[in-house]
Design a binder for this molecule. Structure first.
Ligand code: TEU
Length: 595
């Protein structure tokens, strides 16, 4: 047990600096604001924080466009503030990891400015430049037909030198050329060593599977005939040199910092467990763990993320089972060399209560508790996103596109407006999809209390609109109320840690997997041959549902915790307890210990 790395048992908390806490009244969150809330996080049971980009940036993509890795975005604070934050975490026994955004930089980064300046600049090859193609009629065309994440082409033409540069994301986010060794070394020094020397405990690695593209760069197959630009991730995700690059990063950088122990990679477009395992197999260390996308991709359109598609509970359950089982490994011979992350929110996703459960006034708290109960019982490293612990929900449906700020959401809306000739049906559909899936749902200010602007900022105008319901949903009110969602999360986190062999490291077994209303599963400890066991039952519907607790191997259940306050009483009044049937109320979850 003692040989286990700390991060497997850790509960991690993601902070989005712009929206967490403003300390100086300018309406934007900042690092001193984060420092002022470290005790709040400690009290919640958090072991490590992941801070989304706070580096210097023109903020075209909320700091995922970095213009200087070695400086802090001035409105957020200074490098000294970051040193203080690192110290604030460490002195409380907490770890801190930063975002490592190295697939691309900002177009305002000094490297790109040089690269762009002339074809023979020594840094020309640090980015991906290509000459135009020409159609038979002489029209200039980009080098490939790839579609960028933020709508339009992945290629931007630069008049100065008459060539295009590649950008998988915004045109202000040119892709670095990882094929160039000098570039890689510069990335390691500037983006990594600078912060590792200051004591950060690792990184969350942005788009970790896109550095190596399939060469030569070729057109993607046409799958959406309405557009010239095509989804092209087959051409640029999980490319041939990915593992080589990550091994090199470990050898040249991470291995030289014995204190650095965690690298959690963001791994889009990788549904195949074998491919995921290739990034984290023991003995071939590349990453500690990854954020696999199946769960957050639920409901996203196949062609366009923001073309919402209905999904079934059985799909969600299969996804959970797939990644729970992943722990058991593809390594064969009973080798448990996989590991997983447990999460369903981050800054790129709609809020979980709104997406996976029900955010109506009567169901929202119960929904949040049920999700908390489920997540805290799952094997892997748990990540909580700011505001999830108090049940922040998606932005109100009354907000129009003007209240949205995210480049991906806004660009998509206007691209579809243009493509459809402002067709109202199309635009209603896009708006409805944004209400469920837009990244902005996660980016509005954190709701601290019931004072103006939710206590996020004093005096200033918040950079982004505050949720209309902040008086009903906020930290302060939930701290006063033991039966609040915040109180429930604290309890669940404690329980998860106390029975870590079952919850954090246990084996998963799903029951009645075709049921579209309820989710029931068992967990058992591994190292002692499965002696410790637990059962979880959740009602994923707005109506009462009957569930049957599992029999064989799970006899003699004892109620442990329920998402409804009176669940314990209900359990007590069951006559004799011999029946395995239970009636669950809307969005109710219960957890039982076995034996
Ligand atoms: O996201 C990368 C990513 O792969 C996308 O799926 C992302 O979720 C986005 O919504 C595109 O649909 C990372 C960051 O998490 C995101 O905030 C950045 O915008 C992006 O990289 C570029 O750095």
């Amino acid at each position: 047990k003692s040989t286990r790395p700390w991060w497997k048992d850790a509960v991690c908390y993601q902070i989005y600096p712009a929206s967490f806490k403003d300390s100086n009244g300018d309406g934007l969150g900042d690092i001193p604001g984060i420092i002022s809330k470290v005790d709040y996080l400690k009290d919640l049971g958090i072991d490590a924080i992941w801070v989304s980009p706070m580096f210097d940036s023109p903020q075209v993509d909320m700091g995922y466009d970095i213009s200087n890795y070695e400086a802090v975005y001035p409105p957020y604070g200074t490098v000294k503030d970051m040193e203080d934050l690192i110290e604030a975490c460490h002195s409380r026994g907490m770890k801190i990891i930063l975002d490592l955004v190295i697939n691309h930089t900002s177009d305002q980064h000094a490297w790109f400015k040089e690269s762009r300046s002339s074809k023979d600049n020594p840094k020309r090859d640090w980015y991906i430049w290509k000459p135009p193609r020409y159609a038979p009629d002489g029209t200039r065309l980009p080098p490939t037909n790839w579609r960028s994440y933020f709508s339009g082409s992945t290629w931007e033409f630069d008049e100065l030198t008459g060539e295009y540069y590649l950008h998988l994301f915004a045109k202000e986010q040119p892709d670095l050329n990882w094929e160039n060794e000098e570039t890689r070394k510069a990335i390691y020094n500037s983006a990594m060593r600078f912060w590792l020397d200051k004591g950060v405990d690792g990184f969350r690695v942005d788009t970790v599977n896109m550095y190596s593209k399939q060469l030569p760069l070729e057109d993607a197959p046409v799958s959406d005939s309405r557009f010239y630009e095509q989804p092209a991730w087959v051409n640029y995700a999980n490319g041939p040199r990915m593992h080589e690059f990550l091994r090199e990063m470990n050898k040249l950088v991470l291995d030289t910092y014995p204190h650095v122990t965690v690298m959690v990679g963001e791994l889009p477009h990788t549904p195949d467990p074998k491919k995921v395992l290739d990034y984290l197999r023991e003995g071939d260390k590349q990453l500690s763990m990854v954020f696999q996308f199946d769960i957050v991709d639920l409901g996203q359109g196949k062609q366009h993320k923001y073309h919402f598609e209905e999904w079934k509970l059985s799909e969600l359950k299969n996804i959970v089972e797939k990644w729970q089982r992943f722990i058991e490994g593809g390594g064969g011979e009973g080798k448990r060399d996989g590991w997983t992350t447990v999460f369903c929110e981050n800054h790129d996703q709609g809020r979980s209560i709104s997406r996976y459960a029900c955010d109506s006034p009567e169901h929202r708290v119960n929904s949040g508790k049920m999700l908390s109960l489920m997540l805290c019982a799952l094997t892997g490293t748990l990540f909580v996103y700011q505001g999830q612990e108090i049940g922040m929900i998606n932005v109100p449906k009354s907000w129009g596109i003007d209240s949205f700020k995210d480049i991906e959401s806004v660009n998509f809306y206007w691209a579809m407006a243009k493509q459809s000739g402002n067709d109202q049906t199309e635009l209603d559909y896009v708006m409805k999809s944004l209400q469920v899936l837009s990244r902005d749902n996660a980016r509005i200010p954190m709701q601290w209390d019931e004072t103006e602007n939710a206590g996020f900022t004093e005096g200033g105008k918040p950079w982004m609109r505050v949720h209309d319901l902040y008086r009903e949903i906020n930290v302060k009110q939930q701290e006063r109320d033991k039966s609040s969602l915040l109180g429930f999360w604290k309890r669940m986190i404690k329980l998860r840690k106390k029975f870590s062999e079952v919850f954090i490291h246990g084996e998963f077994e799903g029951f009645d997997m075709e049921n579209e209303k309820t989710f029931a599963f068992g967990k058992k400890s591994v190292e002692d041959g499965g002696r410790k066991r637990a059962v979880v039952v959740c009602n994923f519907s707005g109506e009462e549902q009957e569930v049957e607790l599992p029999g064989a191997g799970y006899e003699g259940v004892k109620f442990m915790v329920g998402s409804y306050e009176d669940a314990e009483e209900k359990e007590r009044t069951l006559n004799g307890g011999s029946s395995r049937k239970r009636m669950l109320r809307p969005w109710e979850g219960r957890l039982y210990a076995v034996g």
